[in-house]
Design a protein. Sequence first.
Length: 382
Amino acid sequence: MMFYIRKLKKLDKPTLLVLLGLMILGTVAVDQATSGTNLDGLYMYSIVFFVLFLLPMLLIALLDYSIFTGAAAYILYGIGLALLLFVMFTGENINGAVRWIRIGGFQLQPSELVKIATVLVTCNLLQKRSGNKLRFLQDLLPTGAVFLVPAFIVMKQPDLGTALVFAAVLPVMLWMGNIRLLHMLLLASMALPVGGVCWLYFANYDILANLLKPHQLSRIETFLEPGLDPDKSWHVNNAMNAIGSGQMSGNSGFYVDRGYIPYAYSDSIYVVIGEKFGFIGSSVLLLLFYLLIFRMLFIARESRDLAGSYLVVGLAGMLLFQIFVNIGMHIGLMPLTGISLPFISYGGSSLLANMLSIGLVLSVHVHKDDIAMAADTGGNVR
């Protein structure tokens, strides 16, 4: 018992404080988004989820993270892929997307957990090189396949937002793994189709319409030409107007309270903060996110082995991409897509995945001295 108490004392206090701040802000935002609607009181579930998921987060923090970056990573990855396939054939259809498995009263979205499993497997692959330059056939192709398989399945759900998270984390981890510059440029060239889509939109709209699904085409059209069709850009325009109307300290919430912001309690939760708490509320949110990512990178820097650094940086990249895209799509910088705002948007699966991620980060901090001692003695210290 004293052994685990000593580990609890090693938990990174700044990370826990920032996490608490995000959860308080997220709970208040969900309350503001649903107050007076048929979802009034939904914020109570956010509190319940946070308390429930706190236990597995702390449990993971007390366990040696090398357990998860070892053989267990492949087991978790295999289970994750099996769940994705299970969802494809038996999942619950909500708004035309099949992404969830109902477990009692809880809707589990396996793709959220598979993101973590993918990072774990990648850590296992990269650490084998011990910091040496990554080889194309032996290292890059297997690592790329680890990301490509779940991303392809997720795209079939369809869930473009989560698939993009896989695509964004891959280059981050490869860069940390010491990828050659030429290979990195080749990987970056894979983003050229994005520019091709924009060019094709203006050059030959009919061909693009045959290549993409209607809802995907609509989002691209809204992003590139928001004034072309006010109906299609209704969500984005209202979001920007709502955030702008918040000014310095926010207002009563004209757009949010009158239902002009779809899914205000989940994917569009940033609009609620921008309108009801203004520039000050948005700044507090961004400051908390900055402190969280900064602390994660500090823990990665202090890690005594490569696996710990790779793990924390991969998870930090995952969270940072989601933050950037979610906020960007509501201020006109990114196309609309289904990505939640970490720790702020309402959603059990996303909150579970994010808290498990923080648990792994805390584990790297808790066990850094043990890892160093094991390396010095040539043994295993837990």
